[in-house]
Write a protein that binds this ligand. Structure first.
Ligand code: SF4
Ligand code: F3S
Ligand code: FES
Length: 252
């Protein structure tokens, strides 16, 4: 049975904006993105909404629904009671372009700062061999759909614009973790050190393990337990191991 829902949607652009109220039809089985599309079709054709797959796989439709970062295409209207006001706002961590569409280019800048996988010398593609357990570890991190909900919720940048330069955010720290733990990555043989880069170039030390990123990840990647904490342990092992420290001091 359909009903009329009360929606409150942020409308505006980079200069100004605010919440606007709408009453809109909801039918059984619909998700928040369906309702935004109905608003576009019936009441506000200029409502800007980013989306693509409507299947939880492209990561485009990210927004905040009643203050929680969510994929609007995967948020069922049955999550809410019929009398509840459903408030949809753009991701707060990124600058608004228009309505629910943000400028997420910060993430692409950070992506470019992670040196890519470096294959081992003298081993051709097709000759790579690694254990299944290592394949599975990489696969968990590679489920990422780049929805940026983890980036949106992380207080290190959500509440501190000034940290954006130093901190790459959970999404790119899992990329560093994946490569650091990859048995065939030869970045280190070429003079790199991914754990040290996580600390120095990507601001790993600013993460205080609040786990909010893990809570909102629609792919259920265990960002904190499987990527951030192991990376922190590797940094601590290398930086504070007394023998390694001794040799590092001698080099300095
Ligand atoms: Fe989205 Fe999860 Fe990837 Fe973060 S790690 S961008 S929340 S899919
Ligand atoms: Fe931020 Fe996740 Fe760390 S939310 S503080 S990156 S555990
Ligand atoms: Fe693709 Fe929502 S529209 S994830």
């Amino acid at each position: 049975m359909g009903y009329q829902a009360h929606f409150r949607v942020w409308r505006g652009d980079a200069d100004s904006g605010g919440l606007r109220d709408y009453t809109v039809e909801v039918n059984e089985g619909e998700v928040v993105l369906d309702i935004l599309h109905r608003l576009q079709a019936t009441q506000c054709p200029d409502l800007a909404v980013r989306w693509n797959c409507k299947a939880g796989k492209c990561g485009s439709c990210s927004a905040e629904v009643n203050g929680r970062p969510r994929l609007t295409c995967m948020t069922r209207m049955s999550t809410f009671t019929e009398g509840e006001t459903v408030t949809v706002t753009p991701m707060r961590t990124f600058p608004v372009i228009k309505d629910l569409v943000c400028d997420v280019s910060y993430n692409y800048v950070k992506a470019r700062e992670v040196p890519s996988f470096r294959p081992p010398e003298g081993v051709e593609p097709g000759e790579y061999r690694m254990q299944q357990v290592d394949v599975q570890r990489s696969q968990e991190f590679r489920k990422c759909i780049e929805c940026f909900l983890c980036q949106d919720t992380c207080h290190v940048i959500r509440d501190h614009e000034e940290n954006k330069e130093a901190f790459s955010g959970p999404r790119y720290l899992i990329r560093v973790a994946e490569l650091e733990m990859h048995p065939l990555d030869s970045h280190e043989q070429a003079g790199g050190d991914r754990a040290e880069e996580a600390r120095g170039d990507h601001g790993l030390g600013l993460c205080n393990i609040t786990k909010c990123c893990t809570d909102v990840c629609p792919e259920h990647i265990r960002i904190t337990d499987n990527a951030l904490i192991p990376l922190k342990e590797r940094v601590a092992d290398r930086r504070y191991d007394p023998i390694l420290r001794f040799f590092r001091r001698k080099q300095d």
